[in-house]
Design a protein around this ligand. Sequence first.
Ligand code: HEC
Length: 220
Amino acid sequence: MFPNTHPFRLMLLLVGLCSLLLAGAAVAQNDTPAPLTLLCDPVALRDQQAQYAALLTDFDAASQSDPAAALKTLFEVGAAYQTLALDCGYIPPDAAIRTVGTEVERILNTLDTLYGDPLNGQVLYSGALACSGCHMVSGGVVAPHTEGTFTRTEETRLSDPLLKDYTPEQYIVESIVNPAQYVAPNYQPVMPTDFGERLTAQDLADLLAFLLSQDGPSPE
Ligand code: HEC
């Protein structure tokens, strides 16, 4: 009945197939998604998501009666959604330049995707961040020596039952972003507690690489 339909359809089908194949190849080459570790309880995640969704059920009405309040809610719920996704293991494409916060598990998950440069770590440590102001005071009186940090972590700190099951990376990261969690014996809790808000993930990756390289004997 329609003699021209057939070849035309065939051509469409071919074009469609080709673009599918091309798209598939592009995904396979560039966008292979990294396997995601879900860091939070999936049930809690769904419950929390449902609560956020509930906060927006009146949005339609609220946006007409009080647009400012409605937008404020929208903004806050959006931010809460982002935090939830981050806490549950999502690693945003700009993770390296975001500040790390204080969730050690989440941070370690992000650091797994970054390469730490020990030389830059040393520059930060002795320069902009002034870690050395406390950690390179002779005699280790103010703070534990920089020298041997990794060795001391493995051989001394991690044998404390309070740090059972910690990895060296976990201990060092926690010591930086949440120093009050474990105060090393014979020291005062004087280390600043705001590094989580000041360091990007890349800064922390670099610092960690530098501290992991301190694997000679610890002076203590
Ligand atoms: C004002 C002094 C001070 C500054 C600045 C400081 N720290 Fe500390 N830090 C301490 C003290 C004191 C301790 C030991 C007490 C404790 O565990 O909180 C410590 C502990 C640590 C530990 C654990 C070492 C161990 O032997 O257990 C690491 C790692 C560390 N700091 C890294 C850093 C880094 C990285 C910076 C810079 C970003 C920094 N510190 C800045 C005082 C400081």
